[in-house]
Design a protein around this ligand. Structure first.
Ligand code: AGP
Length: 620
């Protein structure tokens, strides 16, 4: 996924565009670039790597442009090179485009344009979009080349109307399959930024004699207070004092701007060194805010009780950490409500002909609400007539607009690519749902939803630094680290393994402890590191057997557990708080998240922006 921004107003556009881009860098950091219009000239500047490279190139340059678009890239088509960096231009550099999404039929369009003599400089689908838009903008005119050259000159008598540009943009969109949020500059239109949106997020920010567009609200914080989340198929343009939004038939619509609920300090580091560190510390309050808001606003009661009274089949679908939250929900629902749960990775769900129908309830979990794999599953579930419920953390996300019911998590903006506080908030929302269904079906569960608050706060008196610093020294140079657990602890081990691998780049694998002897034990050799999670009362004995199995191969076992008397069996023991057994995820996950964070630092890596990843993957 990528981040795009646009600014038009009375101030210097480039510093503002760079500032807005910085707030979106979590969306991708393979390259960054911007285009600007100044006195009829169009400039394009791009650099490979993080945004700071573009900043450094531009910092001593005063470019008096008041209109600019910017892009920070997560590479989908084509390597992270300067040629592939956005913005991309048409054949005669009359227009420039920044794009978030994927043009799936770019290859066939590229062939058609090449047959017309148009040349390409990059491997990207976005350049194809730009070249096609340029072609559509001018090809209606019989003397295409002369016209093109004429428009290129400042004295062009053929002023293309904005309506004509929008029409060409609409035509281009209709020829492309896939997803896009695009911002376009057209030479000669120093006062206008054109846009279009389909399935990739794009919002408009309304200011005082200035207007913005961006992929997400963090880019608008501190600059405007109102935003509008564009709907699929909408296009239009922004000027200093005007915003025009049209539907797919180019009929002007009346966008309703909402107040931005996120506060600037929520997307700033404050006293923390990294967002991952800050967000781990916010885990407890994220859980409590989520549970309290669900209760206070009666969110669950908005879902008709009869949906849960009658028989239904339940499906949980998500990606990555969100799916790991879903696994906890599956475990709790089956264990406590005795209702079978189908659980799938979103990227698998779509292609397996899932057994969903009008009797199905489909739960979708997504921090961003923009993950393409999960969104496609929502579409499929709706086609099959299922009831769709989404757990999302970002307001006004595309997923929110698609489902029947939304159960919001209240973790606040999560900037670090590795999800920590949002994961715990998802658990808070999922336990709230289980508690709600239990009441409807008159089932007594063996956890009290009010104790989730205590479990979330249980780490408050624990300082893990000393123990974890020693453990980091033990593991930081390992090539592979194995996580083991049983039952609920195995599910937590999967999330802990993902956390550590995605920020430290150490190969991590989670294994059911009881499964080791059926093959994976062959991997366990002298001095290799095995991290064991043991929080479930009824599994202590069995897990101890597995720990002895591992010890007898000379491996080092690092235990995360509230049971103090087990440390004699292991190389290191992180004593975690003792809470209700069913609520242990809220207690044991924090030190595991801190371990991942500290290990990334020990390996001189940026925990907030791991290589090759992005905060939300808006492409399949
Ligand atoms: C989690 O640490 C990862 N960054 C990733 O697995 C993430 O959970 C996944 O991409 C799903 O994102 P979503 O919750 O925004 O849908």
């Amino acid at each position: 996924m990528c981040g795009i921004v646009g600014y038009i107003g009375n101030h210097l556009a480039i510093p503002i565009t760079l500032k807005c881009l910085a707030a979106l860098e979590y969306r991708g950091y393979d390259s960054a670039g911007l285009a600007y219009l100044d006195s009829g000239n169009m400039g394009v500047v791009k650099r490979v790597g993080k945004l700071e490279n573009l900043n450094n190139f531009l910092k001593n340059k005063i470019i008096p442009a008041s209109c600019a678009i910017g892009h920070t890239r997560w590479a989908t088509h084509g390597k992270a090179t300067v040629e592939n960096a956005h913005p991309h231009t048409d054949a005669n550099s009359v227009l420039s485009v920044v794009h978030n999404g994927i043009i799936e039929n770019y290859d066939s369009i590229k062939k058609e344009l090449k047959d017309k003599g148009i040349k390409f400089y990059s491997e990207t689908d976005t350049e194809v979009f730009a070249k096609l838009l340029g072609y559509n903008l001018f090809s209606q005119n019989p003397d295409f080349d002369k016209y093109y050259a004429m428009h290129n000159s400042l004295h062009s008598t053929y002023k293309i109307s904005k309506k004509h540009i929008l029409k060409a943009l609409n035509t281009t969109i209709s020829q492309c399959n896939g997803t896009y949020a695009v911002a376009v500059l057209v030479k000669g239109y120093d006062d206008t930024i054109f846009f279009a949106k389909y399935k990739s997020p794009l919002i408009l920010g309304k200011g005082q004699d200035e207007n913005f567009l961006a992929s997400d609200t963090p880019a608008l914080l501190g600059v405007v207070s109102k935003f509008y989340s564009l709907k699929d198929g909408e296009c239009g343009y922004i000027e200093k004092g005007k915003i025009v939004v049209c539907d797919e038939n180019l009929k002007q619509t009346k966008p309703i701007f909402k107040k931005i609920s996120v506060k600037p300090e929520q997307v700033m580091l404050g006293s923390f060194k990294h967002f991952m560190q800050k967000e781990i510390e916010q885990g407890a309050e994220s859980v409590i805010n989520t549970i309290d808001r669900i209760k206070k606003l009666g969110i669950l009661e908005r879902i008709p009780a009869q949906i849960f009274e009658k028989n239904f089949n339940l499906h949980i679908t998500a990606c990555g950490t969100a799916l790991h939250a879903g696994m906890v929900a599956k475990y709790i629902i089956e264990n406590q409500l005795r209702i079978p749960v189908f659980l799938d990775y979103a990227s698998e769900f779509r292609y397996k002909e899932p057994l969903i129908n009008a009797e199905s309830i489909c739960l979708f979990i997504s921090q961003s609400g923009e993950t393409a794999d999960t969104l496609s599953c929502v579409e499929l579930a709706k086609q099959k007539g299922a009831t769709t419920i989404a757990f999302t953390n970002v307001p006004a996300s595309r997923m929110e607009s698609m489902v029947d019911y939304v159960i919001p998590t209240s973790a606040g903006p999560e900037i670090a690519v590795a999800s920590t506080k949002a994961y715990l908030a998802q658990l808070g929302a999922l336990y709230s749902l289980v508690d709600y269904i239990a009441k409807i079906r008159h089932i007594t569960v063996n956890f009290n939803i009010d104790n989730v608050r205590l479990a979330a706060l249980s780490n408050a008196k624990f300082n893990y630094d000393e123990t974890l610093n020693e453990i980091v020294e033990l593991i930081k140079n390992e090539e592979s680290i194995y996580f083991v657990g049983r039952g609920l602890d195995y599910i937590l081990a999967m999330e802990a393994a993902l956390k550590l691998k995605e920020v430290s780049y150490i190969h991590c694998e989670a294994l059911p402890a009881g499964e080791l002897k059926h093959g994976s034990l062959a991997l366990i050799k002298r001095d290799c590191v095995v991290i064991a999670i043991l929080t479930q009362d009824d599994l202590v004995e069995k897990m101890l057997n597995n720990i002895h199995e591992i010890n007898s191969r000379g491996a080092k076992v690092i235990l995360f557990s509230p049971y103090a008397d087990l440390e004699k069996f292991v190389s290191a023991h992180v004593l975690t708080p003792q809470v209700d057994n069913m609520l242990e995820p809220f207690a044991v996950m924090k030190p595991l998240q801190i371990l991942a964070y500290k290990t990334a630092l020990a390996r001189n890596l940026d925990p907030d922006k791991p290589r090759n990843l992005a905060k939300s993957v808006t492409v399949e």
